[in-house]
Design a protein around this ligand. Structure first.
Ligand code: SF4
Length: 709
């Protein structure tokens, strides 16, 4: 009789980190079983989590290394692929210097894989290593670090149930982080007030007692306005401000100008609602701020996050149950990839690459032969995601190694990204599917998916969880750890480890907040949903709530950092009179490289659409369901029109899961966090356009592969 086993695992999609079981029979995953004992999702899964098997077993999974030959693909051996990749990277490095190389790590890969990948880049002498956190929550790292000294979610997700006011700004969590909405509802059932600020009337907005329909890009004005009211009405926590913060006087000077009337002028929110929201937050005994990319994906992204921190601090709403900031991160391991140093300016553990002490520590740990000139660490911060694309287009970066990312669809100004990647001398892409980016590569390396390997993921709530190997990868696909080690070996670097546990042991030694998250402890903690960092020692229980006694700054006090409203980089004009903002729908994930291959999810959301207010649609002569052309200064695309009051007049919305949306978005950057302003672009719409919608060009031309074999 066939034996079925249930292997515990973590959903590979978003940062909530839901637990589930894979039912495995004869070496094949045959079903998904719920995990009611998991502390975050308690067995619940969103549609993406329910559909994970459709990806694992997908016929388009990459099964062999491939090389581009005469415009087509030829299957090659691992030996040939690895030799070719290392030879090309070495050639570029020797001819043009290490900074002619660029590396994109992956928020879908494990901590151990990201750690090793950035170590490879840095040992080759460049800090040009980054990943998609730059496109979603880099302002969280910058903005919260400015205020608190460290940038991550302060409390566990289930702790939201202990708040008696929840302020959700720039997050459609009911769709995008669905299990989080359950904890908001639990708080609401106990009487909590919910405030939602969003440009759209989203499903999350239906949870709100107070809904603030804000103009895209005006969040700082709203947050300053709420602080203005809270200060005017004496709702601040004077003891907390005096004992635990600095900079209050400077903050008051700035927020003084943000009267409710002035805020209404900038944000479009009636003054009475600004006051109502401020009072609800200011009078709460425990108040939570939940935010997401609606406030981070702006040129003012870091300021938006800093203003959220200021609001929490003046009300003393940090460091207690139900009180703190909950940034909701996108990918399953985007928090961990940041922790592991897959960021251009940070070594693992957020130690700056231009800090001589940090550089010395990693040099001592990593460079076994100090005389070896192949292993010099650079003290210059590297280029970030968008900067790397600009450098590639300018001919300064000559070769790129991309692991598990699809910048052709995920980066802003996608037409420019295509040109940049096409201009490279050499591109290697390591992934589970032949994505649009992989289709531009010279060599494609087939990687194992999450359930086919082992290692740790760190959820948006700083929960580090272990995943074991449930099934074998398809064909000749291999896990990323092995691939990175093999490439490194051919470049003269010893990055061979016996497995993920061995890499984790090195991380334990070099990243203090992971010091006690050892392979043994992480395995033992599976039943309680992993361990929270910081967990500096093996006898440390982990830290579910941050900043309870002191902040992570040099003097232990939080910094109140006043910020002023600045308009988005691109404002509307006669030629581009409407504002486009972008976001997600419940059944799709990020650039869609996985969910667009999932039949059950595609059935529910098969194509790109644009939401338009009926007033604007009438003026433009656009009818419900017709194809429209959307144009910005960077490009144009087509989508189905959805006429809805969910967006206010003058605004439009498109999901970013389909090729096309990021043809339109702008690559203007937040000066510090270097995140692009995905959330605001000036557009014009016209009815009509070819029906050959770009989203139909699903990546992975299997026919092309077989033709060229
Ligand atoms: Fe949970 Fe996110 Fe996976 Fe949905 S996508 S099941 S919310 S981890």
């Amino acid at each position: 009789m066939t034996q079925q086993s249930l292997i515990p695992t973590i959903c590979p999609y978003c940062g909530v980190g839901c637990g589930l079981y894979l039912a495995v029979e004869d070496g094949r995953a045959v079903g998904v079983e719920y995990m009611p004992e998991h502390p975050v999702n308690e067995g619940a899964l969103c549609p993406k989590g329910n559909a994970v098997l459709e990806i694992l077993d997908h016929p388009e999974r990459l099964r062999h290394p491939m090389r581009r030959v005469d415009g087509g693909w030829r299957h090659i051996s691992w030996l040939e692929a690895l030799d070719l990749v290392s030879q090309k990277l070495n050639e570029v490095r020797r001819t043009h210097g290490p900074d002619a190389l660029g590396f994109l790590a992956s928020a879908k890969c494990t901590n151990e894989e990201n750690y090793l990948f950035q170590k490879l880049a840095r040992l080759l002498g460049t800090n040009n290593v980054d990943h998609c956190a730059r496109l979603c929550h880099a302002p969280t790292v910058v903005g919260l670090a400015r205020a608190f000294g460290s940038g991550a979610m302060t409390n566990p997700i289930p702790d939201l149930a202990n708040a008696d006011c929840i302020f959700i700004i720039g997050s459609n969590l009911a769709e995008n982080h669905a299990p989080v909405a359950r904890w908001v509802l639990k708080a609401k059932e106990k009487g909590a007030k919910v405030i939602v600020a969003d440009p759209r009337l989203t499903p999350t907005a239906w949870l709100a007692d107070t809904f603030l329909q804000i103009r895209p890009g005006s969040d700082v004005a709203l947050l300053n306005g709420m602080m203005h009211v809270i200060i005017e009405e004496g709702l601040i926590d004077r003891v907390f401000i005096a004992q635990r913060t600095g900079g209050y006087d400077e903050l008051t000077k700035v927020v003084r100008d943000y009267t409710p009337d002035y805020v209404a002028h900038i944000t479009g929110i009636p003054p009475a609602l600004v006051v109502e929201a401020a009072r609800a937050y200011g009078k709460a005994s425990s108040a939570a701020i939940v935010y997401c990319m609606g406030i981070t994906q702006h040129t003012a992204g870091s300021d938006n996050v800093a203003a959220c921190a200021d609001l929490a601090l003046i009300c003393g709403q940090v460091g207690r149950p139900g009180a703190g900031l909950w940034p909701l991160r996108g990918q399953n391991n985007v928090q961990g990839a940041c922790d592991m140093g897959a960021l251009a300016e940070f070594y693992p553990g957020y130690r700056r690459v231009d800090d001589p002490q940090a550089a010395e520590a990693f040099y001592q740990a990593w460079v076994s032969n100090p005389g070896d000139s192949t292993s010099n660490l650079s003290s210059e911060p590297g280029l970030t995601v968008v900067e790397m694309m600009n450098a590639a287009a300018a001919g300064e970066i000559k070769a790129m190694y991309i692991m598990g990312e699809d910048p052709v669809n995920s980066d802003p100004n996608a037409g420019h990204v295509r040109q940049a990647l096409a201009a490279l001398d050499f591109l290697v892409v390591q992934d589970i599917f032949l994505t649009d980016t992989a289709q531009l590569a010279d060599v494609v390396l087939p990687a194992a998916a999450w359930a086919e390997k082992e290692g740790t993921f760190t959820s948006t709530g700083r929960r580090v969880q272990w995943i074991g190997r449930a099934v074998a990868p398809p064909g000749e696909a291999c896990d990323d750890l092995w691939i990175i080690g093999q490439v490194a070996q051919r470049l003269g670097l010893d990055l061979s480890y016996s497995g993920a546990a061995a890499v984790l042991s090195e991380i334990n030694r070099l990243v203090p907040s992971y010091g006690g998250i050892t392979p043994q402890r992480i395995a033992e903690s599976a039943a309680v949903g992993g361990l929270f960092w910081p967990c500096p020692r093996t006898d440390h229980p982990g830290t579910p709530i941050l900043h309870t006694e002191a902040f992570s700054t040099s003097n232990g006090h939080a910094r109140l950092v006043p910020v002023r409203y600045t308009p988005p980089a691109e404002e509307t004009s006669v030629g581009f009179p409407l504002v486009l903002t972008t976001g997600r729908v419940v059944v799709h994930h990020n650039a869609g490289s996985m969910t667009r291959r999932s039949p059950s999810l595609m059935e529910r959301a098969p194509e790109l659409f644009v939401e338009i207010n009926p007033t604007d649609a009438a003026q433009l002569g656009i009818a419900e369901g017709e194809t429209v052309t959307i144009t910005t200064a960077r490009g144009e695309t087509r989508a189905k029109a959805r006429l809805t009051d969910k967006v206010r007049a003058g605004a439009t919305f498109m999901p970013f899961h389909f090729p096309g949306t990021n043809q339109l978005t702008i690559d203007a950057l937040d000066a510090e966090a270097k995140i692009p302003e995905f959330k605001v672009a000036a557009v014009r719409l016209r009815p009509g356009g070819s029906t050959g919608s770009p989203q139909q060009s699903v990546e992975g031309p299997a026919e092309e592969v077989s033709k060229e074999e």
